[in-house]
Design a protein around this ligand. Structure first.
Ligand code: ARG
Length: 583
């Protein structure tokens, strides 16, 4: 079943063609949700935009459109207001029929999109370095976008572009051999501890000793030419890091395919020669560069993208060019999405431009940078531990779960409830992790966001616990009323109270919000939708008795409860958030 908004757009398109001729096919009818429920549910603003091309008054245009518009089965009589808005109010019987239709549909009326091959590059931490809160944002946002696109039927490749290659590995493997000579023979024999600390020590050693620097440079060369022993050391480091990353992914229930920078290493010389063949390469102070349109430095001089350093080495940009070329050529991507912090927007814009110039990014293929801001503490400063260190993600997640557990235990005590330790563990984990995910996803990702355990765990407000509660409340009503959910699937809906209508319309706009996430790649839209859904559900529940009302009202209201819960559950699953039947 088409979404209401899609359906209306199609019908407007038809009306525009029959009113003004074929040349108006495909005109955007500018149908949007009404800004104020007083004026209806949707409004079309197209009449104003056609005034010029048609040389007519918008109100007259609106009248002509309405004359040709066939929406009798959906809406009440359209009204023309103000300069030429066309206001539409959905018809009760139509809403009832739509609800009836989604009752038996596990997708709740969301039609699959025409499938695209989508590559999403997200998380992408660096080996032997900190996986920091920026990577956490990328992980959470990327996963949620992937889930929404997968749900719509797209073929999604979730890529972890880990930083597992580069000159720092010379230093790391040299240090490894120095301090843990036995590690190569028997990797499990050494307890290397925290890799981040290891990195810092190696760096200290590197900065202090020229001999060590020489050895490190030699090690890089050997690594790059495929020396067995060097590769073994490199693999060992990668494995250690990978285990640490995997721990975080397990906590967060994230599925990723690792394809790090090293994967593209063998393709780099060819990237350079292809750029050369296409006449794009220029020498600049010994380095090979591509000059770009629209990028200048502070002095206003054109800024080049360096793709091969003067020592012959390749860099981050070269790898990204190889990766983009590979994603289009080999992975056959129709859309490539980079979930990377805003600080890298120039880098990615440059990579996209060079790839386009080189013909690696044909126009019909979309490369997008899904950017996000910084994570700040509640005082607006960079998020750090009390002693000023970067916060370890594992500690952060553990703390969220611990706090969720404490909140839960207090609640249980206040309500004089006893629950099993397994129950408490599970609820604490789901609430704690969801709170962290939701706090991030519910922000407009392009702004910085303040991390606050208190705010994210609050039972009131736009938080995960609030939504999880709304869900659990419905389930508890169903248990109390001994309701068989399968029976509800054929239950008849009768909409009377204003709150029932409002809730129904919101439930039925679910597919529109999922499509919006698909095009805008903004998970916060879905969060807002779910928050409003919980609010509308609560208003309905306050006004309309459910279990104590008479049939057929009782069943009808139970169906509304059930559809609200199912929409919440499905919507939250697209954010990577699990629900609890009881909490
Ligand atoms: N490893 C990089 C970092 O930590 C992020 C990589 C993002 N993806 C990419 N294709 N450049 O900053």
């Amino acid at each position: 079943m088409p979404s209401i908004l899609q359906d209306l757009r199609t019908r407007f398109d038809r009306a525009l063609v029959s009113a003004f001729g074929d040349e108006f096919a495909g005109t955007d009818p500018l149908v949007v949700a009404a800004s104020n429920p007083k004026f209806g549910d949707y409004q079309a603003n197209v009449a104003m935009s056609l005034a010029k091309p048609l040389k007519q008054k918008p109100r007259d245009i609106a009248a002509k459109i309405v004359e040709h518009l066939e929406v009798g089965d959906l809406c009440e009589e359209p009204e023309i207001a103000g300069p030429g808005f066309i206001n539409l109010r959905l018809d009760r019987a139509f809403l009832e029929a739509q609800l009836q239709a989604i009752q038996t549909d596990d997708r709740l009326g969301v039609e699959p999109a025409s499938p695209q091959r989508v590559v999403i590059d997200f998380s992408s931490p660096n080996i032997a370095k900190e996986m920091h809160v920026g990577h956490l944002r990328s992980t959470i946002i990327g996963d949620s976008i992937a889930r929404s696109l997968e749900f719509l039927g797209h073929d999604v490749l979730r890529l972890n572009h880990v930083g597992d290659w580069g000159t720092q590995f010379g230093m790391l493997i040299t240090y490894l051999e120095e301090v843990y000579p036995q590690a190569l023979a028997d990797p499990d024999s050494v307890e290397m501890g925290d890799l981040v600390a290891f990195y810092k020590q190696a760096k200290k050693r590197f900065d202090a000793d020229e001999e060590f620097q020489k050895a490190s440079r030699q090690a890089v060369v050997e690594l790059q030419t495929g020396d067995d022993r060097r590769l073994k050391a490199w693999k060992l480091l990668c494995d250690r890091s990978r285990r640490e990353f995997q721990d975080i992914y397990d906590w967060l229930d994230i599925d990723l395919t690792e394809r790090g920078e090293s994967f593209y290493n063998s393709m780099l010389p060819d990237v350079i020669s292809e750029l050369d063949e296409k006449g794009l390469l220029e020498e600049n102070e010994g380095a090979k560069c591509v000059f770009l349109d629209g990028f200048t430095n502070k002095e206003g001089n054109p800024l080049p993208l360096i793709v091969q350093k003067s020592d012959g080495g390749y860099n981050y940009a070269t790898t990204d060019l190889a990766a983009l070329r590979y994603r289009v050529r080999e992975d056959k991507a129709d859309r490539v999405i980079y979930v990377v912090d805003m600080g890298q927007s120039t880098h990615l814009a440059q990579v996209f431009q060079v790839a386009a110039k080189a013909g690696w990014l044909p126009e019909q293929i979309e490369a997008v940078h899904v950017q996000f801001g910084l994570v700040l503490d509640d005082k607006g400063k960079k998020f750090k531990t009390r002693s000023g260190e970067t916060v370890r993600l594992r500690d952060l997640l553990e703390e969220a779960v611990d706090r969720a557990r404490k909140d839960l235990e207090q609640r249980l005590e206040a309500d004089d409830r006893t629950e099993s330790p397994e129950f408490i563990d599970r609820v604490a984990k789901v609430v704690g992790i969801s709170a962290v995910k939701y706090a991030d996803l519910s922000q407009n990702r392009t702004s910085n966001y303040s991390f606050s355990y208190d705010k994210m765990l609050d039972l009131k407000g736009n938080t995960a616990p609030y939504l999880l509660y709304a869900y659990a409340r419905v389930r508890s009503i169903e248990r109390k009323g001994n309701v068989d959910r399968d029976d509800l699937r054929s239950g008849k809906v009768i909409l009377e109270a204003e709150e029932e209508l409002t809730l129904s319309k919101h439930i039925l706009s679910f597919s529109d919000v999922v499509r919006e996430v698909e095009s805008e790649l903004m998970p916060n839209r879905l969060c807002n939708y779910l928050y409003e859904l919980s609010q509308k559900y609560n208003q309905f529940y306050d006004r309309c008795p459910v279990l104590t009302s008479e049939e057929p009202e009782r069943t009808s209201r139970l169906v509304l409860c059930d559809l609200s819960a199912r929409t919440l559950k499905l919507g939250l699953s697209l954010l990577g958030i699990e629900v609890l039947e009881r909490m």
